[in-house]
Design a protein around this ligand. Structure first.
Ligand SMILES: *[C@@H]1O[C@H](CO)[C@@H](O)[C@H](O)[C@H]1NC(C)=O
Ligand SMILES: *[C@@H]1O[C@H](CO)[C@@H](O)[C@H](O)[C@H]1NC(C)=O
Ligand SMILES: *[C@@H]1O[C@H](CO)[C@@H](O)[C@H](O)[C@H]1NC(C)=O
Ligand SMILES: *[C@@H]1O[C@H](CO)[C@@H](O)[C@H](O)[C@H]1NC(C)=O
Length: 499
């Protein structure tokens, strides 16, 4: 958890980007005045309602009480499979922030493969180098001055971002089945996104995404909208309905803070609820995302967001390099990325949790499966109600004898038979105080884990979900402190039950 100064710094970073001043002097004065009023009111507002928090971006949220699995329609027509070219991405950006944020987008954007645009408020200032080839092509959003925006603390850019889906639709591009919206700091895992969308019939009206992790965000914004930073997908027929209403909705929901809330509100007029998918991550958290990402639900990892507001995922690497490390494993086995497996070593009383492609946690004491699958609370929300999450967490202990020993992804290799071997090692600088009990002494002699696993068939996520099992392979490396584990589907009557 960050010290208070770090929290304060995070807070400062969370104010929404200020609107760009218009060119004329009169407008400039008006903007100045507006900013002053904005600041005064935000201060009053924030002190009156301490739990209200601003989201740094333009996203909105939503989510519905309808049982998702009942709503889900698996789409199986053989050669009519949805692929990456059927998706048109609409990334909400601004010419001011693109330079700083494009690194996240360029992690997943594949020039000439992924289709779509980053939508900017104005032409990017020409640094002489031109627009980067590795970035999505850009478009300039239409003027939005005619629309109403009455949210006291938000930014008018929400209107522009909300209209991206309409402006994308109106380009009239061929063979678009899904419009996928995201922020400029959203990282998509496109193979998994395609796999998830393939479960739904694109000829029907679907609105697919996820809600914030933070109860306060959901209370202030919505429990029934797809949060924009997590990204959401709108099927073509639904987009066709939405564009006829959207401009009216923007005025009708002028008080909604974010673009995603405006879209979510408009969806209620159409009557299409959000279909929640567990792999989209808005990540309205600060601190370390370790606990959240080490206990991923049984669903393909689709997106991550707000990576600038959490610590780098890997020790000793910066944020972007950490994501590159994760993408190394992802590139080898997209479906398995972050999927969790557990096992017990009854002879040593070890409980082990593997988040594939990210880390291995070794607890040299018994831990139930229920506890292992519950995210360790290594993070807080952004508001004063710091621990109110929309899911259960388990608390982290300051006592070294209650903490796991953590091994992080080191190498990803293809084995001779086509399986993948991932290796996990201790961070070189492990400055934490060590537990000196006997059970930890043996565990501390472990230098790493080798985990072999066949490439996970994406279609397992079209079936009833079940976590994969892990088994310990005793090998010649054991004396040298290497633990070898194999991941595989569970056998009948195999469970993770404490011996
Ligand atoms: C996606 O499917 C369409 C057929 O619907 C096909 O024409 C296109 O080549 C496919 N694209 C990729 C990248 O596989
Ligand atoms: C994308 O395609 C265009 C035209 O087909 C080509 O000129 C360009 O080099 C390609 N870019 C990449 C990164 O492959
Ligand atoms: C495992 O833990 C149990 C209960 O905590 C203890 O009784 C037992 O001696 C331990 N076994 C080993 C091998 O450490
Ligand atoms: C485990 O991984 C290390 C590093 O990649 C490798 O040198 C070693 O041979 C592996 N052990 C086994 C049993 O495959």
């Amino acid at each position: 958890m960050p010290p208070d100064s770090a929290v304060a710094k995070t807070w400062k970073g969370l104010l929404p980007p200020p609107a760009k001043p218009p060119p004329s002097a009169i407008n400039f004065m008006r903007t100045l005045l507006a900013i002053c009023i904005f600041l005064v009111f935000s201060l009053c507002y924030l002190s009156m309602f301490p739990t209200v928090r601003l989201r740094p971006n333009f996203s909105d949220s939503g989510h519905n009480l309808i049982n998702v699995s009942q709503e889900r329609r698996r789409f199986t027509a053989g050669d009519d499979q949805t692929n990456i070219s059927h998706i048109l991405f609409g990334i909400g950006g601004s010419s001011d922030t693109w330079g700083r944020r494009r690194h996240y987008c360029e992690l997943w954007w594949k020039p000439n493969v992924t289709r779509g645009y980053v939508w900017l408020d104005e032409k990017p200032s020409d640094s002489g180098k031109g627009w980067p080839e590795t970035s999505p092509p850009y478009r300039i959003s239409e003027d939005t001055t005619r629309f109403k925006y009455t949210n006291w603390i938000g930014s008018r850019s929400a209107i522009r971002i909300a209209r991206i889906v309409k402006e994308s639709f109106e380009l009239g591009l061929e063979n678009v089945r899904w419009f996928v919206m995201g922020d400029d700091d959203t990282v998509f895992f496109t193979e998994n996104l395609v796999n998830v969308l393939n479960r739904y019939d694109h000829n029907q009206m679907y609105y697919i995404g996820a809600v914030s992790e933070s109860v306060d965000q959901a209370l202030v914004h919505s429990y029934t909208m797809g949060y924009g930073g997590a990204g959401f997908a709108i099927s073509y027929p639904l987009a066709a309905e939405l564009v006829t209403l959207l401009d009216g909705c923007i005025d009708r929901y002028a008080a909604a803070y974010g673009s995603d809330h405006k879209i979510g509100s408009c969806m209620s007029e159409i009557g299409v609820p959000l279909t929640k998918e567990l792999g989209f991550h808005q990540m309205d958290i600060r601190g370390s995302a370790f606990g959240l990402l080490s206990a991923h639900p049984l669903a393909p990892l689709v997106s991550m967001h707000h990576l600038d507001y959490v610590q780098p995922l890997f020790p000793g690497r910066n944020r972007v390099n950490s994501m590159k490390k994760l993408f190394q494993a992802y590139g080898r086995d997209p479906s398995r990325t972050l999927q969790q497996s557990f096992f017990y070593d009854p002879t040593r009383n070890w409980s082990v949790s593997i988040a594939w492609g990210y880390n291995v946690q070794l607890y040299p004491f018994p831990m139930t499966a229920r506890d292992l699958r519950t995210p360790l609370q290594t993070f807080l929300t952004w508001s004063w109600n710091r621990k109110a999450f929309t899911f259960n967490t388990r608390s982290t202990s300051m006592k070294p004898c209650l903490r796991p020993i953590i091994f992080y992804l080191d190498r990803v290799e293809k084995t001779e038979n086509g399986d993948t071997m991932t290796t996990y090692t201790r961070p070189r600088l492990d400055i934490r105080r060590r537990c000196d009990r006997d059970n930890f002494a043996a565990a501390h002699s472990v230098v790493g884990f080798n985990v072999t696993a066949p490439v996970l068939d994406p279609l397992v996520f079209h079936k009833a979900p079940r976590r994969q099992c892990a088994e310990l392979l005793n090998g010649p490396d054991e004396a040298a402190g290497l633990v070898h584990i194999r991941l595989r589907g569970c056998k009948p009557r195999e469970s993770v039950t404490l011996p």
